[in-house]
Design a protein around this ligand. Structure first.
Ligand SMILES: C[C@H](O)[C@@H](O)CC(=O)C(=O)O
Ligand SMILES: [Mg+2]
Length: 447
């Protein structure tokens, strides 16, 4: 038996939070947002009692489909020695994502890919716990060769080879210790979206802006895209509060056709947004490039990534100059493994990575990845690099994010910060947990 043990069980729970009741998380395309996730628990036969916890993030009903997909995929993990997975995680990742029958549903996109991410997220958590390191540190302590072994480089070679990846990683090693010292002291910069959800009334927007300013926030994101007149009114309200010396980002969540995106954002240019996020379909690489070109004279960058299905689409977005800010997501693509490939691509094209984190557990996970990026890949916090922060649901985590002075502080506990409190899991289990049972009996939700 290997020292880390064999995977013996993968248990799943359908966990949902009724965030739609107060319009948290709402945007131009997702009005009734219940932040949810399939909670994945991986156990081994090693006798240490450690459990790896992962999340496959969805909205509400999405859980029903993802849960089944994780259940099917997990069969390929049960019986596997963790030592074998850890010594060549890239190979295991490929076995799962290229499984001969399931790949017909993707490949490497949508439900099966997100389900695989949920499983891999749990495996990363148990790895960190087994070696008693937070995942950012586990990654940072690896050699460049160990890091590239985590990654499947398929379909990237004309742009990024394994050898180039090793070179990038090697070039950052001599200065890594100094950055780690800075990271432990200052953390990684954050921006807030909690002031700008689309379903908030003007009164709530104003209250949230005031509270955020008082807390010291300097970078804000607002949702746009449903009604131009409303967008102008809300942007003015926010700018009246935050002034023009602070950054404002805008997020359309894929609402527009390409030409509409361009004309709408020209109308909003007076509010000086740093970026427009997801202006159009996440699959439209050339559309993003057209928006980016048209908005360049207005100093508005294009940001995207939270719905970007895999490293190949990121590669194309970068090749087409379609992005000024690249938004990795811990649950959309194949976990940390695929995100490492994306970080390396971003480094190659010199595009700043600004992670997406609007959801449950996304802040907890993605902080580890962006800290690794700072330490080992990009090697910098410059160029408007900033990680999204939303202020909901952290109280349900055993090791919630710590934001000090508008920066994510590096987690110190072992694992991927994904473990949720037992009481939170029991209360939010859908549909029988206490919270849901009550809401369903009151007629506020249907199963
Ligand atoms: C539905 C989610 O809340 C989405 O609006 C999050 C998002 O786009 C972001 O945080 O960015
Ligand atoms: Mg977004």
């Amino acid at each position: 038996m290997g020292k880390f043990g064999k995977i013996t069980e993968v248990n799943l729970r359908d966990i949902r939070f009724p965030t739609s009741l107060e319009h948290h998380g709402s945007d131009a395309m997702h009005g009734e947002v219940d932040y949810s996730g399939v909670y994945v628990c991986v156990k081994t036969d090693s006798g240490d009692g450690l459990v790896g916890c992962g999340i496959a993030f969805t909205l509400g009903r999405g859980n029903e489909i993802i849960l089944k997909a994780v259940e099917v995929i997990s069969k390929f993990a049960i019986g596997q020695e963790l030592d074998n997975i850890f010594s060549n995680f890239g190979k295991f990742w490929r076995q799962i994502t290229q499984e001969g029958q399931l790949r017909w549903l993707g490949p490497e996109k949508g439900v099966t890919h997100m389900a695989a991410a949920g499983l891999f997220n749990a495996i990363w958590d148990i790895w960190g716990k087994k070696v008693k390191k937070p995942v950012w540190k586990l990654l940072a302590d690896m050699t460049p060769q160990e890091i590239v072994n985590l990654v499947d480089f398929s379909y990237l070679s004309e742009v990024l080879t394994k050898d180039e990846a090793i070179e990038i990683l090697m070039s950052n090693k001599p200065t890594q210790e100094e950055r780690e010292r800075i990271l432990l002291k200052e953390g990684f910069p954050a921006y807030t979206t909690s002031t700008g959800w689309l379903g908030y009334s003007d009164e709530i927007l104003a209250q949230k802006c005031e509270a955020a300013l008082k807390a010291g926030w300097t970078k804000f994101k607002m949702k746009v895209g449903s009604d131009l007149k409303d967008d102008k009114r809300r942007a003015k309200l926010i700018r009246d509060h935050i002034g023009y010396e602070r950054d404002l980002m805008m997020d359309a969540n894929q609402k527009w056709d390409v030409n509409d995106a361009i004309s709408w954002m020209k109308e909003l240019a007076e509010f000086k947004p740093l970026w427009i996020e997801e202006p159009t379909s996440p699959d439209d690489v050339l559309g993003h490039a057209a928006v980016a070109k048209a908005l360049k004279p207005y100093n508005i960058g294009v940001a995207t990534g939270e719905h970007c299905q895999n490293r190949v689409i990121f590669k194309q977005l970068l090749q087409a100059n379609a992005l000024s800010f690249l938004q990795i997501d811990s649950c959309r693509v194949g976990s940390i493994n695929e995100n490492i490939a994306i970080l390396l691509l971003a480094k190659k094209f010199n595009v700043p990575v600004c992670p997406h984190a609007g959801g449950v557990g996304l802040c907890e996970m993605v902080q580890h990845i962006i800290m690794f990026d700072y330490l080992c890949v990009s090697g910098t916090k410059d160029g408007s690099r900033v990680c999204e922060y939303v202020d909901h649901l952290h109280e349900h985590f055993v090791d919630p994010v710590q934001v000090n002075n508008m920066a994510y502080m590096p987690p110190q506990n072992p694992g991927y910060s994904t473990e949720m409190k037992q009481s939170s899991l029991d209360d939010h289990d859908f549909p029988n947990g206490k919270v849901w049972d009550k809401l369903i009996r009151e007629g506020k939700f249907k199963t």
